[in-house]
Write a protein that binds this ligand. Structure first.
Ligand code: MG
Length: 261
């Protein structure tokens, strides 16, 4: 999707801002003893109270508002009353907010998509380094997402951070364009592929690196959604939605207290 009209850019900013606010709310609420279900309920209420729509709920039949992925779960974990967070866990929270506008009687959604991985209680230094590196790679990818840059500039910036820490960079999932149906082209690899596809002002994209403490390989569990590392070692995931400009991108999903470094 390429946005050119100011009113459309305002709507995607609204979606991104709310996504960032709700992500901060639930990431700060996540504590040992809480279930992933409770965080999902909190997020859905916050989005609906603001008059907007949880993008993921019902998307390809995903049942909830937030993807909650714990430890070896990489992405797309399903919130569950029985999944209670423990001290030393890490939790990836991924959320989408849709701001809907009717155009010629048909709904058209402006979507903000963002994720964070947070420590629950006290994690080991090694796990904290995995979180820090994955976040740093997202910021490196964002800095590379200049108008006129290529997708490989983003993938290369992320790959360099992953390689420096010898992390397994997940290859089967990655960033994407964002449009009214949520995911759209281009797929954005988190490593170099030689892509010459250029970023154009007005494009809306999500960058979302996933780093594993072990190997890069993942598989999907029998619930059809939850992606886990094949070696069951922990995985981290961070994501922002961006509006590409002539120069540096605008981070649409920045959280209220987030400091970008
Ligand atoms: Mg995404």
């Amino acid at each position: 999707m390429i946005l050119t009209k100011d009113e459309d850019i305002d709507l995607i900013r609204q979606a991104g801002k709310l996504a960032g606010e709700v992500l901060e709310l639930i990431s700060k609420a996540a504590k040992p003893g809480m279930s992933t279900w409770e965080l999902d309920v909190m997020a859905e209420k916050a989005i609906r109270d603001a008059g907007h729509i949880p993008t993921f709920k019902g998307y390809r039949k995903f049942p909830n508002t937030v993807c909650t992925s714990v430890n070896e779960e990489v992405v797309h974990g399903i919130p569950n009353k029985k999944k209670v967070l423990k001290d030393g866990d890490i939790l990836s929270l991924d959320i989408g907010v849709s701001v809907r506008k009717m155009i010629d009687g048909k709904p058209f959604d402006f979507i903000g998509d963002t994720a964070i991985t947070v420590p629950i209680g006290k994690v080991t230094d090694r796990v904290q380094r995995l979180l820090d590196a994955t976040q740093a790679s997202l910021y490196a990818g964002i800095k590379a997402a200049l108008g006129g840059a290529t997708l490989d500039d983003i993938g290369g910036a992320i790959e360099d951070v992953g390689n420096a820490g010898a992390y397994g960079i997940v290859r089967d999932y990655g960033g994407h364009g964002i449009g009214p149906q949520y995911h759209e082209d281009p797929f954005i690899f988190n490593y170099r592929t030689g892509s010459k596809t250029k970023l154009k002002p007005g494009m809306v994209i999500a960058i979302e690196p996933m780093f594993n403490q072990g190997g890069h390989k993942v598989r999907t569990k029998s619930d059809g959604w939850t992606v886990v590392t094949q070696d069951y070692r922990p995985s981290a995931h961070f994501e922002h939605s961006l509006l590409i400009t002539e120069g540096e991108p605008e981070i649409l999903t920045k959280r209220p207290s987030e400091v970008i470094s």
